[in-house]
Design a protein around this ligand. Sequence first.
Ligand SMILES: Nc1ncnc2c1ncn2[C@@H]1O[C@H](COP(=O)(O)OP(=O)(O)OP(=O)(O)O)[C@@H](O)[C@H]1O
Ligand SMILES: [Mg+2]
Ligand SMILES: [Mg+2]
Length: 510
Amino acid sequence: MAVLQLQLAPPMFAYRWPGWEVVVGIEVHAQIKSRRKLFSETLTSTLSEAPNTHVSPYDAAFPGTLPRLNPTCVKLALRTALALQSDIHLRSAFDRKHYFYADLPSGYQITQQYSPLATGGVLELPNLGTSVRVKQIQLEQDTAKSTFDRRRKLSHIDLNRAGTGLMEIVSEPDMRSPEQAAEYVRTLQALLRAVGSSDGNMEQGSMRCDVNVSVNRQGEPPGTRCEIKNLNSVKFMMIAIASEVYRHIDLIDAGGTVSQETRGFDEDRAETFRLRSKEDAPDYRYMPDPNLPPLLLTSKFIDIARQSMPELPRATRARLLDVGLTENNVDVLMAVDSGRDIGFDGEMKQGAVAYFDALAEGRDPKVVVNWMTHELLGQLMSRNQTFSHNPISVAQMGELIDLVQAGTVTGTGGKSVLRHLLDNPSSTSVHTIAEQLGLLALEAGEETDKALNDWCKQAISALPKEAEAARKGNERVLNKLVGRVMKLSQGRVDAIRTKEVLSGMLVQGK
Ligand SMILES: Nc1ncnc2c1ncn2[C@@H]1O[C@H](COP(=O)(O)OP(=O)(O)OP(=O)(O)O)[C@@H](O)[C@H]1O
Ligand SMILES: [Mg+2]
Ligand SMILES: [Mg+2]
């Protein structure tokens, strides 16, 4: 992210487009995380599945087949609407939007353009201290997928995606820069994941954005918007917005006007290109779908959905800060869950926040979060892994923390046990593993004192220069001697006790 901001936002960030105001509104299409499609019993598919293996006669628009609304899709869209504080309509309706393209077997898409499930709402962007209003949320069908084989001049149609449930979430034109647009999309992604209504994975196509961009001179009314279709990464969305802004400014500066267009984005050239103008916009001939009655919800149904809402990111943040975690701790845990760490694979075994919550049950939250962020996540990261790869159960991690807190294993020893567990996942008790590895702390007593004395002496004679500096009060060098003792003892002695013994010896040796 930092890298991209450097590309897009050089030091004159605030003055990128002096005298101009940029206006952005986004239409997000998010695939609903239901096992079945919106109007058929067919199981939804993932990208890795063979083409045309998830298709019922209805999905292929065979004559005589009829739609049947999947209630799970309604419930998940409802959760989304509740999370966005939208007004939910007890009555909504389905329209047919006609157009003719090979990826749309019936010749129309069922959508809720005119009478959507919900209107209004707001998405707060806490990182930017601002918010974006939501215009409407509607249910609609996804299309099939067509790919063109240039060599053989053939179009391939894969109907697996046809009829999958989508939520179209339309924002008001409230964003003023590519960065705000990016933050909106990321925050929305985290929200959809938190309520479980969508994976929100742009790279895998389960979330796609159309961005509407216009520019106007400061103080003047908004300009004419152009819509850039089907952006499938936040990075490309930011580049597309920036390049579109430059295009509009250049046009107006040259005395021309912007005409309302639908545009595509060329990733290689980092610029947008014209798909069609408003004049040749298709006439969608919207009509109510005669096969689908209006969707009527009861207040009770909405209340039940409201009561079963999981904790939303904003509340999670507040709660974690409340138990004493730092902003930074919270950012790390929540970033892991929202998939902002690299390599998010969409399927989290257990979220980092849930893992933390389970561990913090009866333990000091600060101690727990240190183990999680510094040790566990740190070790996973150095292995190029994400939290979803974590093989250590809550019970094991909890036992490890308890052993260290009780002094049964030293902090250093505990870190070794953790590394061992990551490399050799097992369900054996952590105490047994520490014992097998010879990492149980030496019990206080005469023998341990004697061993500790020996190791301290060895460390001092092995590092005479350091010993001399430490004698003169150099704390950092003293830690080096402590480190040596730790190594000699294989992390089985207490660091604070070691420091005491070492200091004592150095003073005596004066
Ligand atoms: N002046 C403007 N500059 C930038 N964005 C704008 C401007 N005016 C409106 N928008 C945004 O354009 C989007 C319009 O989306 P909407 O779904 O309502 O209509 P549409 O794009 O005409 O329909 P379709 O769903 O067929 O694409 C909204 O996100 C809105 O915020
Ligand atoms: Mg739209
Ligand atoms: Mg649009």
